[in-house]
Structures are given as C-alpha cells and as structure tokens.
Design a binder for this molecule. Sequence first.
Ligand SMILES: NC(=O)c1ccc[n+]([C@@H]2O[C@H](COP(=O)([O-])OP(=O)(O)OC[C@H]3O[C@@H](n4cnc5c(N)ncnc54)[C@H](OP(=O)(O)O)[C@@H]3O)[C@@H](O)[C@H]2O)c1
Length: 194
Amino acid sequence: MRKLTYYIACSIDGFIGDPEGDASAMYPFVDEEFLAFLVAEYPETIWTAGRRQMNIDDLPNKRFDTIIQGRGSYDLALKEGTTSPYSHLREYVASRTLGESPDPNVEIIADDLVGRVRALKAEDGAYDIYLCGGAKLAGELADEIDELIIKTYPIVQGSGMPMFDSGFAITQFALESVRSFGNGVLVRTYSRKR
Ligand SMILES: NC(=O)c1ccc[n+]([C@@H]2O[C@H](COP(=O)([O-])OP(=O)(O)OC[C@H]3O[C@@H](n4cnc5c(N)ncnc54)[C@H](OP(=O)(O)O)[C@@H]3O)[C@@H](O)[C@H]2O)c1
C-alpha cells in the first residue's frame, strides 16, 4: 500500500495560514539551511517554477510521485498563472466546481474522493501520495491519512486556518522522527496508529 502523507507547514499553534489560508508569514523561515533540507529530502514538494529558478528541475522525486490538493489550494497556482504547479508529479485536484481540467497533467476528482484516493493508495509503486491540503480537503480525507509530516514554524497566530477543517475526533499517531533547525523550525514525522 502506498501511503497518503499530509505534508504541511504550520504555526506552533497548529494553523496552516491566516484565516483565509495565507501562509506567507512562514516564508521567511525558509532560509539557507532549511531550504537545503527541503531540496535534499523533499525536492518534489517544491513548485516546478521554483525548481526551475533554483536549477534543480532535474532532481528525481524522493518520496512522492503523486499529489492531491483541494481546489482552494490549486487556486493559488491558477492566480499565479500556472495550471500545473507540480508538473514533475501526477496531479489531482479535488473539485466539484472546476469542471474540465485546465491542464493535461491535472486530473480533477469531482466524485467519490475517498474511493479515488483508496485506489491510488492500492496502486503498486515505491512512491507515496503527497496530500498538499488545504484544511477542507485534509478534513475530508482525515481517515485515509497514514502519515503526517509537519513543518512547524516558530510563530504563534492565535487564530487562522486549521490543519483540518473537520469535526471533533481523536486519532492517535506515533512520532517517528524530529528534525530541528537553527532558526527554530521543526519537522516532525508521525505514522498513524491503526
Ligand atoms: N501551510 C501549508 O503548507 C498549506 C498547504 C496547502 C494549502 N494551504 C492553504 O490552504 C488554503 C486552502 O484551503 P481550503 O481549506 O480553503 O481549501 P482546500 O482544502 O484546498 O480546497 C477545498 C475545495 O476542495 C474541493 N473538495 C473538498 N472536498 C471535496 C470532495 N469530497 N469532493 C470533491 N471536491 C472536494 C472543493 O472544491 P470546489 O469548491 O471547487 O467543489 C472545496 O471547496 C490556501 O489558502 C492555502 O494557502 C496551506
């Protein structure tokens, strides 16, 4: 089984962005040391345009070969004029309103989201599935998530967009690893206890 991994940037108090989802307060923490880590360990999670800018466009994928994001997150790419922000991955966008995909590399999932994700997880392959967010999609797919990789930035927001937009439910995860960085960023990996 391939894992569904929610790989996400958040504040100390668990918000992935401001109340509208804007995560730009976290960008200053992507300094030289942390960027080097991201490039070395998770190069496929960087937008294709960013990879081109950094001249790392030809780096092979390390953990993921597939990404799924909600239409809210995908809108950010569309606003930047990009229809395939992760063209080095197979891209899926959950949406009941987008209709036809604006890009041949992007498949829209309008129906049976959980069934489609289960089918992706059941495919053969060494690579996992990157659940990009946002909060609504993560809430919808919470029961399918096998792993969390949480990049925690040293800020407290008080309010904002939560990691999961879902009802109250306790799910246990086991801590697998923690990496810390000079600027206070932590990267924690958890596996779901089943
Ligand atoms: N900090 C981070 O690392 C990080 C990462 C990713 C995103 N974000 C932030 O998250 C924000 C977006 O989050 P969000 O919660 O507003 O939106 P979202 O989860 O990205 O997308 C929600 C949309 O996904 C579609 N969707 C959800 N469930 C579905 C289902 N069962 N079947 C079909 N489509 C479904 C719907 O699209 P339709 O309305 O088109 O039907 C829904 O409106 C962005 O502002 C972004 O900045 C932050």
